[in-house]
Write a protein that binds this ligand. Sequence first.
Ligand code: SF4
Length: 156
Amino acid sequence: MRLNRLSEFYATYKAGGVVGFGPGADALTATFDAIKETAQEMKANGLARQGDARVEYDLLRKAKISLRFGTFNHCMFGEHNLAGAKCMENTIVPPGHRGPLIDRCLPGRGANSIIGVEHVKFYRSEKGSLERQLETKKTAPCRRAPCSNRCWGSRT
Ligand code: SF4
């Protein structure tokens, strides 16, 4: 299932589409670049046939890309890319816990975050809802002020 979705991302990438936005998307694109390059080298050396999608699929599988699919973003947090994990900052990780603290995710700020094309509708909807609140006279001034933490997108 996970590999199938990853393959769909790769197909989008190969078709020249956008895999997502944010630092995590840049990292994923760089990995896809490396896979495509390796597949081309294998083809040039006669180790893969032209258009042999199976080779790229195997390379994708072997790349062991850490990717968690989420409703508001995807997370590339993995053992080798802990840096910039906003969810891990200023908190105590429960003993025995592995992986990101999803409930503390900041999709708009995390270095491992990918906001995919499929997530954009949620953010548009949220933006529309906030704009409607601003237009309502009953909205208290404290709720109109920008958040000093600049933590838009927080799930907490
Ligand atoms: S902040 Fe979100 S995207 Fe970043 S590592 Fe944590 S869960 Fe993943």
